[in-house]
Design a protein. Structure first.
Length: 265
């Protein structure tokens, strides 16, 4: 899989957030802002996402190749397509997606996350449009729609997941694709993603997740009921502690992804 030649310059924009955007949970924003400097440390607070990233990237690339009928052998198969990463954090997905040819916009409610993302992209001379803003404010500002919208491990942190998901979907262009990754609300996820990950193995800081805010696939589908979207999945992901790596799995009781496309008219 080839990569595109790095492009110089990083747009890094701070905007005023709307007074009470539904996707903002101030406590979660503050929590992630406090550890923003660790985004690119593969052994730090975001080590679980670094380990998960190869599986996420392979899934996104595969789904996008199918949806947009692109040549998998091309150096940058997604040239000419716009991608929005909502809740981009430090840019762990934005950078490889840029190298695959997408014109990438990454948004996050934390200005500190955006500052870290912009600085890291500048080091690699990657042209990524980073903005400290929300999906709601993009809509209010009349943002042009995107071909691919990502919201990965974000929806379980927002204040109103239904409104958040619908706003994300409204930013999708006709013929586009949205991919959501999140955590299922099951006893297994309570044991593994909350108790083991935060208190036993210390993979994530205590308080990173609130199990009560985890979202079942049925709930996610319900958020878009009657909204002219087709939802597929769940597509599970599982961690093998012996091999130390993630892989796709038929088990969606902890981590899973779903795809969303506009209904054919």
């Amino acid at each position: 899989m080839g990569v595109d030649r790095p492009r110089r310059g990083v747009q890094h924009t701070l905007v005023t957030l709307s007074a009470n955007p539904s996707s903002i949970d101030p406590a979660d924003v503050a929590r992630f802002s406090a550890i923003a400097g660790a985004w690119w440390d593969p052994h730090g607070a975001f080590a679980p996402l670094h380990r998960l990233n190869p599986v996420r990237l392979a899934f996104i690339r595969g789904e996008a190749l199918k949806r947009f009928a692109r040549d998998a052998s091309a150096r940058a198969p997604f040239k000419g397509l716009r991608l929005l990463d909502i809740g981009c954090g430090g840019g762990l997905l934005c950078e490889p997606m840029t190298r695959l040819g997408f014109t990438v916009t990454g948004v996050d409610a934390s200005p500190r996350n955006i500052a870290v993302a912009g600085a890291h992209a500048a080091q690699g001379e990657l042209a990524i449009d980073y903005r400290a803003t929300t999906a709601e404010d993009l809509l209010a500002g009349g943002e042009a729609p995107f071909d691919l919208v990502l919201t990965m491990e974000v929806i379980e942190h927002v204040a109103d997941p239904g409104v958040f998901l619908r706003d994300c979907a409204r930013l999708l262009a006709p013929g586009g694709l949205m991919i959501v990754a999140t955590l299922n609300r099951t006893l297994k996820s309570l044991a593994l993603a909350k108790i083991a990950a935060e208190y036993v193995l210390r993979w994530a800081p205590v308080g990173t997740h609130d199990w009560r805010k985890f979202i079942t696939p049925a709930e996610l589908r319900g958020f878009l009921a009657g909204q002219d979207f087709e939802v597929a999945g769940p597509f599970g992901m599982a961690f093998d502690p012996l091999a130390g790596r993630w892989s796709r799995s038929a088990d969606s009781k902890v981590n899973y992804m779903m795809t969303i496309v506009p209904s054919a008219t």
